[in-house]
Ligand binder design. Sequence first.
Ligand SMILES: Cc1cc2nc3c(=O)[nH]c(=O)nc-3n(C[C@H](O)[C@H](O)[C@H](O)COP(=O)(O)OP(=O)(O)OC[C@H]3O[C@@H](n4cnc5c(N)ncnc54)[C@H](O)[C@@H]3O)c2cc1C
Length: 381
Amino acid sequence: MALEPELFDALLDTVRRFVAERLRPLEAAVEAADAIPEHIVEEMKALGLFGLSIDEEHGGLGLTMGEECRVAIELGRTTPAFRSAFGTNVGIGSQGLVIAGTPEQKAHWLPRIARGAIITSFALTEPDVGSDSGAVQTRAVRDGDVYRLSGTKRYITNADKAQLFTVMARTGAEAGGRGVSAFLVPRDLPGVSIGEPEKKMGQKGARVADVRFDDVAVPVANRLGAEGDGFRIAMQVLDRGRLHIAAVCVGVAERLIADCVAYAGERKQFGKPIAEHQLIQAMLADSKTEALAARALVLETATAKDAGANTTMEAAAAKYFASEMVGRVADRAVQIFGGAGYIADYGIERLYRDVRLFRIYEGTSQIQQLIIARETLKRGG
Ligand SMILES: Cc1cc2nc3c(=O)[nH]c(=O)nc-3n(C[C@H](O)[C@H](O)[C@H](O)COP(=O)(O)OP(=O)(O)OC[C@H]3O[C@@H](n4cnc5c(N)ncnc54)[C@H](O)[C@@H]3O)c2cc1C
C-alpha cells in the first residue's frame, strides 16, 4: 500500500537531504577506505532505508515499486556504494523471502532485515555459472529433515557482513532451472565460510566475496517455496531488482548532469564559460534527453508493476537502457570536465568507474536484450 502523499514527500525530502548533506561529503573518504563508516550505516537504519520494500507488518516502510524507484533515484545522486550497504536487504537479499516465504519464515527474518539488524545476500552466481544462471552446480541433497548443501557462490554482494544468504542450489536431476531450489542459509551454520573481499574497478565501499558451503546441514524448513521453485523465485527477485537498479542509474545520471552544468558554467575557455560553446551544449542535451527518457521508462514500468502487470520485459528494457545510458552520460561528463574529468579530485572519474557495474550485474546488457527479445516475440510485438 502506498504511503500518504505527504508522508512520502517528507521521506523523499529527508533522503534528498541525507544524500546531499551526509553522504556526498564522504564520497572520497569511502573510496579511499573501501568501507562505509559505521555511524552512517546506523543513520541509514534510523531512516528506515534497510526496510524500504518490506511491508509495515514486518517492520518496513512498505513502499510501492513507484515510491521505491523515486527513493532509489535520490540515492543515485551519490556514490552507489552507499546504496549497496542496504541494497541487498531491500532487494535481492530479502525479496525471495517476501515473494515465496511462509508466514513463519517471514516473521522470523523480515523484521530484523527491515531494521538492518541483520544483513542478507543473494547467492546465485558461481565460478562456472554466470549469465546461464539456471545451470547452478551447488547441490542440496535431502537427508531426513535437512538438506546437505555443498558448492561455491561467487561475487556475492555484502557477503562479508551477511548473516543470511538466499542460496540457489540444485536439488533435482532435471536439467537447467527446473532442478533448482532456493534456501535461507544462516551464516552461522557449520560449513559456511566467506572468502576475502575482491578488489574491484569501482563502487569502493561495497564489497563482494565468495561464499563456500561445505556439507552444510540446512533444515528443510529453510527451503523457500517447493522443491524446483528456486530458479523461478530468483528470476522474480531479479525482475524487481532490475527496476531498482535502473532507477539508481537515473539518479547517477541526473547527478552527473548537474555536476556538468555547474562546471561548464564556471570553466572559461576562449573568453567565455564552456557552457556557451554549442558543442558542450550538444553533449548536455544528449545526456539530459537520455536521462529523461530513462526516468520516464523506469517510473512508467514501476506504475505498471504496482498495478499488477507482468513487467519482465519492461524491467529488462529499463535496466538495459538506463545502465547503458548512464555509461554514456558518465563518458560525456569526463569529456565536459576535460582533464579535470580524468583527475580524481573532481569525483567524475570515480562515478565513471562506478557506473560500469550496472551493465553487468543482475543480468548483463546482453542478457537483458535476450529477455526483451524473448518477451517481445512471445507477446507478438
Ligand atoms: C560487483 C559485483 C557484484 C555482484 N553481486 C552479485 C550478488 O550479490 N549475487 C549474485 O548471485 N551475483 C552477483 N554478481 C554476479 C553477476 O550477476 C554476474 O557477474 C553477471 O550475471 C554476469 O555473469 P558472469 O560474470 O559469469 O559473466 P558471463 O556469464 O561469463 O558473461 C561474459 C560475457 O558473455 C556474455 N554472454 C553470456 N551469455 C551470453 C549469451 N547467451 N548471449 C550473448 N552474450 C552472452 C555476457 O553478456 C558477458 O558479456 C555480482 C557481480 C559483480 C561484478
